[in-house]
Design a protein around this ligand. Structure first.
Ligand code: NAD
Ligand code: UD1
Length: 338
């Protein structure tokens, strides 16, 4: 089975290409490299011992996509390509709607023209907004998003669902990721944020490696066990494996399916700092700052549905997530630039 991986040079995409190749799938990557380096794919090839066919194509480039699909004759698509910086999406909403929504509309149109009506889509726990309950099951109502990035995920879920309903030949799997961290054991691929990281783990690793002075913890007055925000952190290799399991479901004619990919365990910001220090032996200086606008107190998954239907469970615990994030950062202080 041949899989088109859009955004395959990025953080989650590159880890997923490793797991797909290891599982015996043929993979073709397209990426416009707006937030990635082609070097990630060279490193993937070193890990798996298999070349990764790559095309520098934007998902909004209909002609470019069509040429790739004509030549490669893929069976399914795992769709990671998208812009994902929450703050930037507030200042550049048009760019986010164009890239993520218009891009996906063109992608799915080309997929159906080329008879590849199977798609696994990268959604996010952000679609639950401030969740009605925790642990969050897939039945939890979708909520109000606080930024255009979140709306692109929520709207694309709706668009893909409507499309599947109208044409049951489509198999659509929406995967709602919780908070991916960690890196491949080799320490050769990992998360490589542009500029100042928005997310917690890359910020911590950059403090640990000496690139930033200290972590600012965004608020310690939430209604949580220590006052800091609680999230469901998941190892990126576990997340990647979830896509391999989702492909099995595609083969069984999934129809429309929605799964949370999380561990079911919530850790606070202070828990993460302590676990990072324990796993790596490196101190993380921090200060307490004000709450970040749009943040919620607590968000963690029920991972039961993915366990029961996909036979998927997260294998890695918080110590490995911290150790592997650090292994990547310390070996690659400047990401793929070295
Ligand atoms: P990433 O930025 O590392 O990967 C996205 C990739 O898509 C990049 O390589 C980028 O160059 C590429 N891309 C962007 N726009 C494109 C376009 N128009 N055409 C072709 N390629 C394009 O991000 P990631 O963390 O690997 O996230 C992958 C997907 O998962 C994204 O859709 C993201 O929104 C979603 N997601 C990520 C998280 C997270 O915390 N990392 C959480 C939930 C959902
Ligand atoms: C962020 C995104 C969300 C996205 C998710 C997964 C925002 C507002 N939301 O959520 O849309 O789906 O990532 O990619 O960006 N924290 C600090 N100091 C920091 C960074 C973070 O204290 O420097 C805290 C946050 O307040 C939060 C926790 O760490 O409590 C995790 O933050 P982050 O990694 O940004 O993820 P989310 O807030 O869950």
């Amino acid at each position: 089975m041949k899989i088109l991986v859009t955004g395959g040079a990025g953080y989650i995409g590159s880890h997923t290409v490793v797991e797909l190749q290891n599982a015996g799938y043929d993979v073709v990557v397209i990426d416009n490299l707006s937030n990635a380096s082609e070097k990630s794919l060279e490193r993937v090839a070193k890990i798996t011992g298999k070349e990764v066919p790559f095309y520098k194509v934007d998902i909004r480039d209909r002609e470019g996509l069509s040429k790739v699909l004509e030549k490669e004759k893929v069976d399914a698509c795992i769709h990671f390509a998208g812009l994902k910086a929450v703050g930037e999406s507030v200042s550049k909403p048009w760019e986010y709607y164009d890239n993520n929504i218009a891009g996906t509309l063109i992608l799915v149109d080309e997929l159906r023209k080329h008879n590849a009506k199977n798609i696994i889509f990268s959604s996010s726990a952000t679609v639950y907004g401030d969740p009605a309950f925790v642990p969050i099951t897939e039945e939890c109502p979708k909520g109000q998003c606080t930024n255009p990035y979140g709306w692109t995920k929520s709207m694309l879920e709706q668009i893909l669902s409507d499309m599947q309903k109208a044409d049951p030949e489509w198999n659509v799997i929406l995967l709602r990721y919780f908070n991916p961290i960690g890196a491949h054991k080799s320490g050769t691929i990992g998360e490589n944020p542009n500029g100042i990281p928005n997310n917690l783990m890359p910020y911590i690793t950059q403090v640990a490696v000496g690139k930033r002075k200290e972590l600012t913890i965004f608020g310690n007055d939430y209604d949580t066990h220590d006052g800091t925000g609680v999230r469901d952190y998941i190892h990126v290799v576990d997340l990647a494996d979830g896509h391999v399991k989702a492909l099995e479901m595609i083969k069984k004619k999934a129809g429309l399916k929605i799964y949370n990919l999380g561990t079911g365990v919530g850790y606070s910001v202070l828990d993460i700092v302590k676990n990072f220090e324990a796993a790596t032996g490196v101190k993380v200086p921090y200060v307490i700052g004000p709450r970040r606008p749009g943040d919620i107190a607590t968000c963690y998954a029920s991972a039961e549905k993915a366990k029961n239907e996909l036979n998927w469970v997260a294998k890695y615990g918080i110590k490995e997530m911290c150790a592997d994030s650090w292994n990547w950062q310390k070996n690659n202080p400047n990401g793929y630039e070295d």
